[in-house]
Design a protein around this ligand. Structure first.
Ligand SMILES: [Fe+2]
Length: 442
């Protein structure tokens, strides 16, 4: 009698887990239209129901204690593997592994580029480089480190080069310096590619970026932050995975990041080990072919009167005479219509919008909210491009400034042609979410 009761309860438990998994899976899939959001609750709740239920039913069957012990041992082995396997994999990818190479700008894009990579063995770093078509190789060396950053300097503007790293096998990669004068060019911008609980679709986004790059020839890639889930000790596998993902693009063009809340902090600061702005602050400015780029840090004080705010006011004023557009990147957005309070930075819009309007900012690219949002403000466009691969859970509702919103993995391809900047937000299959143009105010 007792055995029957236990069998009924176990069966009900297993069936409830399965049904709950399906119901929650259907609900989540309705929120975010991707099979993963059905499979996740289905697998988790299904397993919570079926694993203990089937174990109990097996143990209730007639048999020897040896057989029962074998069943328990088999279940224990499967559960240990399911829980411990990912952790073992992550430990294998602990910092530092050989990763990269990837390019950044720590100085003038016209005459310098900084070649970065990560090395399992700390050894003196050497980069060899030559102009395209030339067999005259030069070399730049730096000291022994696990995180080499070798700045190639005194390069010619608007010139194609190639480089190789003997320590990484000597494969050659192309790159080109920024032109001396304005010209047509394209770049890519996106953010929030980080893992969440071990899941990320970053490689799908990068794959489509590579696909678009065949036509667009992106000169550089901007990331609006949240590139890893956690930066510090024990999370080196995330940096290794991030570098693995970006290397196909970043080995041959600079990859620039606006610091996000997920990679900020740590002592020593992991972000500074992987990226080099040429100075310790997390904000920066650079010019490329008549476009003025200001990359802010919402993870440092950005209130009026703060060092970063004062610096930003100067950076907005000190534009080259040939500037056609001013672009700002920042992690946390000035506004979002995601209903959850934690995504809103109280007062930020009031602090920045009048300044950006007065100083001729044309477009802002932000992240943090895991979706695409395009807001049309009276003086400039405001884009949240926070679907670079992270789990999607934001659900913005259209607001008065909203042009388009969609919760989907994506990136933005930007073409600058003469006095027109064209922005296309693209899904991972290349289809268009949103496309718009910005005309130069000059
Ligand atoms: Fe964030």
């Amino acid at each position: 009698m007792l055995k029957k009761l236990i069998a009924v309860i176990a069966t009900l438990w297993g069936a409830t887990g399965l049904v709950a998994g399906v119901v929650l899976g259907v609900y989540m899939h309705r929120q975010i239209n991707h099979p993963f959001y059905f499979l996740l609750p289905f697998v988790v709740l299904g397993a919570l129901g079926l694993v203990p239920a089937s174990l109990i039913l097996l143990l209730l069957r007639p048999g020897t204690w040896k057989k029962r012990l074998a069943v328990v041992a088999a279940y224990a082995a499967v559960i240990t593997l399911a829980i411990g396997g990912p952790a073992a994999w992550r430990n294998y990818y602990e910092t530092p592994r050989n990763g990269g190479p990837y390019l950044v700008w720590s100085d003038d894009p016209k005459t310098t580029v900084t070649v970065c990579w990560t090395a399992e063995q700390s050894a003196p770093a050497r980069v060899e480089y030559a102009a395209e078509g030339s067999s005259e190789w030069k070399a730049t060396d730096s000291g022994a480190t696990h995180y080499p950053k070798v700045k190639l300097a005194a390069l010619l503007p608007g010139t194609k080069y190639r480089y190789r790293i003997p320590a990484l096998g000597g494969q050659e990669y192309p790159f080109q310096t920024a032109p001396a004068a304005p010209e047509d060019f394209s770049f890519a911008v996106y953010g929030d590619n980080r893992h969440a609980g071990g899941f990320s679709w970053h490689s799908s986004v990068i794959r489509e970026m590579q696909h678009q790059d065949v036509q667009a020839h992106f000169r550089f890639v901007l990331n609006s932050g949240d590139i890893v889930e956690r930066p510090g000790k024990g999370h080196g596998w995330q940096w290794a995975t991030f570098l693995r993902d970006i290397t196909p693009l970043a080995a041959s063009r600079p990859y620039e990041v606006s610091l996000g809340n997920h990679e900020s902090g740590g002592d020593p600061e992991p972000f500074a080990e992987y990226f080099d702005y040429g100075h310790p602050e997390h904000w920066r400015v650079f010019d490329y072919a008549g476009v003025h780029f200001i990359m802010l840090s919402t993870e440092d004080n950005l209130d009026p009167g703060s060092p970063q705010f004062s610096w930003m006011e100067q950076a907005l004023d000190n534009k080259p005479a040939d500037t056609r557009f001013t672009v700002v990147t920042m992690h946390k957005p000035m506004l979002t219509h995601d209903p959850r309070e934690r995504y809103n930075e109280p007062g930020r819009r009031g602090q920045l919008e009048p300044l950006f309007a007065a100083k001729g900012v044309d477009i802002v690219f932000a992240g943090h909210v895991h979706s695409y949002e395009h807001h049309h403000l009276p003086s400039f466009e405001h884009v949240i491009t926070g679907g670079g691969g992270v789990l999607l859970w934001a659900k913005p509702v259209p607001g008065p400034e909203t042009v388009k919103t969609e919760t989907v993995w994506h990136f933005c391809a930007v073409d600058v042609k003469g006095k027109t900047m064209s922005v296309r937000a693209l899904r991972t299959d290349g289809s268009v979410i949103d496309a718009f143009e910005v005309q130069s105010k000059k």
